[in-house]
Design a protein around this ligand. Structure first.
Ligand code: PRP
Length: 186
């Protein structure tokens, strides 16, 4: 997609993370994960929907036998504050017992979603649970939660693209940009 496309008119001119930088970082994360999971029972789990682009690129950079699975969670609350209660909209298809689980997220903000999922999968008997997130927004943190693999630490801005949405749109932008305030103030 060209940056002159109509979608780009809704994000700031200066991209937060251009596609080349994303690809380079994803490659490095894939190499690290490849080294760390030698001779393990790796299951890479995409937390839908935001992580799909990152997930698809990341697993192609992991040079190991692995399986994939998908999960969807939503945290209830009003639009600006989550309640801390996480609802599982789509559960995994297979058991995690004895497996080394790598949860893949697009962003860690309050940390609530991943904190909940980690506890849940531990109870189900996973051998290990780690988190790979493309973006980390430490200023949003409400609970103690750190990812094991972080693509980029970002400021407290409204970011979209490469899987991240505003009102379900902009996920297909190949770069990560800051949404222009006029879009959500309309
Ligand atoms: C986003 C993101 C994480 C969660 C992070 O999901 O993908 O799952 O919020 O926020 P937290 O750290 O405050 O819990 P969202 O519910 O927006 O769904 P989406 O992935 O379909 O966009």
């Amino acid at each position: 997609m060209d940056t002159t496309s109509k979608l780009y008119q809704d994000i700031e001119n200066e991209l937060l993370i251009p596609r080349e930088k994303i690809a380079e970082r994803v490659r490095t994360l894939g190499e690290q994960i490849t080294q760390d999971y030698q001779d393990r029972n790796l299951v890479v789990v995409s937390i839908l929907n935001g992580s799909v682009l990152f997930f698809a690129d990341l697993i192609r950079e992991i040079d190991l036998p692995l399986t994939i699975d998908f999960m969807q969670a939503s945290s209830y609350g009003d639009s600006t504050r989550s309640s801390g209660f996480v609802h599982i909209k789509k559960d995994l298809d297979r058991s995690v017992e004895g497996k080394d689980i790598l949860l893949v997220e697009d962003i860690v903000d309050s940390g609530r979603t991943l904190s909940y999922l980690k506890t849940m999968l531990k109870k189900r008997g996973a051998s290990s649970i780690r988190i790979a997130t493309l973006l980390d927004k430490p200023e949003g943190r409400q609970v103690d939660m750190e990812a094991d693999y972080v693509g980029f630490i970002i400021p407290n801005a409204f970011v979209v693209g490469y899987g991240l949405d505003y009102s379900e749109r902009y996920r297909n932008i190949p770069d990560i940009g800051i949404l222009r305030p006029r879009v959500y103030q309309e």
